[in-house]
Design a protein around this ligand. Structure first.
Ligand SMILES: [Zn+2]
Length: 75
C-alpha cells in the first residue's frame, strides 16, 4: 500500500492533468516529477512522487483497487 503524506508543492508549476474515477485521485505533473494527489480535509495528500514510470505504476495500482471497491459494492 502506498504511503500518503501531506502534499507540499515543490514547484510553482504544479499541474493536475488527469482525474481518476469518482475524482478519488489526481495525477499531477510538478517540475519534471509526477505525483498522485488525493483530497484530504482542506488540502491534499500525495504519494508515488518520482519519475513518470514509477508514479504511473502506483497510479495504476490505486485505480485497480478503486475499481475493485466498486465491484464489491455492487455485488
Ligand atoms: Zn469510482
Amino acid at each position: 500500500m502506498p504511503v500518503w503524506e501531506p502534499h507540499v508543492p515543490r514547484s510553482p508549476r504544479s499541474r493536475v492533468t488527469e482525474q481518476s474515477c469518482c475524482a478519488a485521485y489526481e495525477w499531477c505533473s510538478e517540475g519534471g516529477q509526477y505525483v498522485i494527489l488525493r483530497p484530504a480535509g482542506d488540502g491534499y495528500e500525495e504519494t508515488g512522487r518520482g519519475i513518470y514510470a514509477r508514479a504511473r505504476q502506483v497510479w495504476n495500482e490505486l485505480l485497480e483497487q478503486h475499481a475493485e471497491s466498486h465491484k464489491r459494492r455492487t455485488k
